[in-house]
Design a protein around this ligand. Structure first.
Ligand code: PHE
Length: 367
């Protein structure tokens, strides 16, 4: 009996002890959280490196907050919820302090002054440029504009009359073979224009004389693609119709053009044949690519043909209802690719079509 009595007291004593201990721990964890909170509040962050120190000390994986989480094991279960809420508040407070100070110091440039050299030259922005064919087309146009020619353009899909027949090239004329044609319809009535002379016919048909025009544009011929030829290329043709125009006028215009474009009047005029001009000539310039030593561009002759020209055949004027007794004139036509190759010493015409940036960017400053 006495033994039982003793046991009873011992139990009560233990219970009291646990209650007291519990109270102690409770005070302890609350106090610890309060202390941590105060510490965080008072932590002085004065520069970017102390921002990082703060983060490591409180928010890092081995930081004080992580440490304090382990207190939960000692917190009685009815207080665990309260513990969670309190510790969460402290965590949020630390995070806010960290992000705010981080923004402040990083934006202040303290950090940036380490990472960036503000005096370094800026990145170059890549600006585009004109294609060499466009550059030369513009130059050619501006030369003729200075002596009174105006630009006129026309369709690339053309009918038989404007591309051939009106130009004194009736059906089955052997000279049609000079311009191997992409026909668009089985009756051969429609085609991709083989030259920009179609624009000249359309202009003459308007019958507004005198006429002084240049016609830049894209043309098509069924040529095998090589270093010298392509099935698509660009021309500038010209036409001058007035009263009393002579071959001497044509010659002077060509001399002026050569001087302006190549800087020299050193050209060669050879008699030639075109169905739409009579007399006709071809104009050659010295081959600048090989300096007349001979290459595949000049076919080892030292000269390169750059244009065809002549006095407009009266038959062409008649086809356009122009009085050929009263009016006459001259016409000329040139390929822009060939001239561009000479000006820039380009030895392969295919480069114009390949869109290779290493080739194109060499012309950027010329735009
Ligand atoms: N149309 C001719 C061609 O494309 C060029 C040319 C135009 C020749 C005018 C003489 C006169 O080949």
């Amino acid at each position: 009996m006495f033994f039982l009595f003793i046991c009873f007291f011992i139990r009560i004593g233990r219970k009291n002890q646990t209650l007291q201990g519990q109270k102690l721990i409770e005070v302890n964890w609350k106090q610890k959280i309060e202390e941590l909170k105060l510490e965080i509040e008072q932590y002085k962050i004065e520069n970017a490196s102390s921002v990082e120190k703060f983060r490591i000390a409180y928010l890092g994986t081995k930081g004080r907050l992580k440490d304090s989480m382990s207190l939960i094991a000692q917190v009685p279960s009815e207080s665990k919820k309260e513990f969670g809420l309190l510790i969460n508040d402290v965590k949020k407070m630390a995070e806010t302090k960290w992000t705010e100070t981080k923004d402040r110091y990083e934006n202040n440039g303290e950090q940036k002054s380490i990472d960036f050299d503000l005096t370094a030259p800026s990145f170059q922005s890549l600006s585009g440029g004109h294609h060499p064919i466009s550059i030369v087309r513009r130059r050619i146009i501006s030369i003729f504009e200075r002596i009174g020619f105006t630009v006129e353009e026309g369709p690339e899909i053309e009918d038989d009359w404007h591309n051939f027949t009106a130009l004194n090239l009736p059906k089955n004329h052997p000279a049609r073979d000079m311009q191997d044609t992409f026909f668009l319809t089985p009756d051969l009535e429609w085609m991709l224009r083989t030259h920009t002379s179609n624009v000249q016919i359309r202009a003459m048909e308007r019958n507004e004389l005198p006429l002084r025009i240049i016609n830049p544009g894209r043309v098509y011929r069924n040529e095998t693609i090589s270093a010298r030829a392509h099935c698509t290329f660009h021309q500038v043709e010209g036409l001058y119709i007035d009263e009393g125009v002579s071959f001497a006028d044509l010659k002077q215009v060509i001399y002026f053009f050569a001087k302006e474009l190549f800087g020299s009047e050193n050209i060669r005029m050879r008699p030639s044949y075109f169905p739409f001009t009579e007399p006709s000539a071809e104009v050659d310039v010295p081959c600048f690519i090989c300096e007349q030593k001979g290459c595949n561009i000049c076919k080892y002759t030292g000269w390169v043909e750059i244009l065809g020209c002549g006095m407009v055949d009266p038959a062409v004027l008649k086809n356009c209802n122009i009085d050929s007794e009263k009016y006459n004139g001259f016409a000329f036509g040139m390929g822009i690719e060939r001239i561009t190759m000479l000006l820039y010493q380009i030895d392969d015409l295919r480069l114009f079509w390949q869109n290779d940036i290493r080739f194109l960017q060499q012309f950027r400053s010329n735009s």
